[in-house]
Design a binder for this molecule. Structure first.
Ligand code: SAH
Length: 233
C-alpha cells in the first residue's frame, strides 16, 4: 500500500436491477478496496421513484415504434433523490450514443469526488431527462448491450483501480496501455521455456536500458500494427 489518504470516491448507480451490484466490483482489486473503504458504492432502485399504481418506469415511444422508453418524470425524481443540487459529481448516462470512454476520461474522473451513473434499459430514456438533468452520455464501445449496468461496472472498475491506495506502488498503472498513447509491450514470466518457446534474450540480460529500449520498440510496433489510429492522435 502507498499510505495515501483514503479516497472518498463515491459511485451512485441508478438502475432497475440494484441486485446486480456490487457484482464483479465486489471481487479482487476493486472489491478489496471497497471493503477497505477506499471508495463507496450505492445502487439505487429507480422503481422506488415510480408513483403509478403498477409502479411503471417505462412507457411506449411517442411516435410509435418498437420497445419501451424510460419515463422522464420517474428518472428525474430518482436523480434528484440521489444527486440533489449541490452534488457536484458528474452525472453520466451509459449510452451507445455517448462519447467513447477512454483512459483520459477515466483519469479525469479519478480526480473527482465520484460519479452518478444512470443505467438505461429497453430502448433507452426520454431525451428530456438527458437535457433537463445535464447528463453526459458515455459509451463503452460500438456495440449494443441490453442495459447500462455492465457498462457502468466497466467504467467504475477502470476508475477505482487508479484511486490512491488501490493498486500497490509496484503496479502503479503508469506504464500501461493508453497511458503513453501506445499499447503495452508483451509480458513474460517463468518458466524460461514453454512448449519450445523462449523468453526474448534481452529481458534476461539484466541490461535495464536495453530492456527499456526493447519494450518501447515493441509497444510502438504493436500499436502501429493493431491501432494506428492511436499514433495519429
Ligand atoms: N436503442 C438504443 C439502445 C438501447 S440498449 C440505441 O439504439 O442506441 C439499452 C441500454 O443499454 C441503453 O440505454 C444504455 O444504458 C445501455 N447500453 C447499451 N449499449 C451500450 C454501450 N455500448 N455503452 C454504454 N451503454 C450501453
Amino acid at each position: 500500500m502507498t499510505g495515501a489518504a483514503p479516497s472518498r470516491f463515491r459511485a451512485s448507480i441508478l438502475t432497475l436491477y440494484p441486485e446486480m451490484f456490487p457484482g464483479p466490483l465486489g471481487a479482487s482489486l476493486a472489491g478489496r478496496a471497497l471493503a477497505e473503504g477506499l471508495w463507496s458504492l450505492e445502487a439505487h432502485d429507480i422503481r422506488a421513484h415510480a408513483t403509478s399504481k403498477h409502479r411503471n418506469v417505462d412507457d411506449t415511444p411517442a411516435g410509435g415504434g418498437p420497445g419501451m422508453v424510460m419515463r422522464a418524470d420517474v428518472l428525474g425524481r430518482a436523480i434528484d433523490a440521489v444527486a440533489p443540487p449541490g452534488d457536484t459529481r458528474p452525472r453520466l448516462f451509459m449510452s451507445p450514443r455517448g462519447r467513447p470512454l477512454d483512459q483520459r476520461r477515466v483519469r479525469a474522473l479519478v480526480e473527482g469526488e465520484g460519479v452518478v451513473i444512470l443505467c438505461g434499459r429497453f430502448e433507452g430514456v426520454d431525451e428530456r431527462v438527458i437535457e433537463g438533468r445535464s447528463l453526459e452520455e458515455v459509451s463503452i464501445g460500438d456495440y449494443v448491450l441490453s442495459g447500462g449496468e455492465l457498462a457502468a461496472m466497466v467504467l467504475v472498475d477502470a476508475v477505482v483501480r487508479l484511486l490512491p491506495g488501490v493498486m500497490g506502488a509496484t503496479e502503479s498503472g503508469t506504464e500501461e496501455s493508453f497511458e503513453s498513447g501506445l499499447l503495452e509491450y508483451p509480458h513474460y514470466t517463468r518458466p524460461r521455456e514453454w512448449e519450445g518457446r523462449t523468453i526474448p534474450e534481452v529481458l534476461l540480460s539484466g541490461d535495464h536500458a536495453a530492456i527499456a529500449r526493447w519494450r518501447r520498440a515493441e509497444a510502438e510496433r504493436i500499436t502501429r500494427l493493431r491501432r494506428p489510429d492511436l499514433l495519429d492522435r
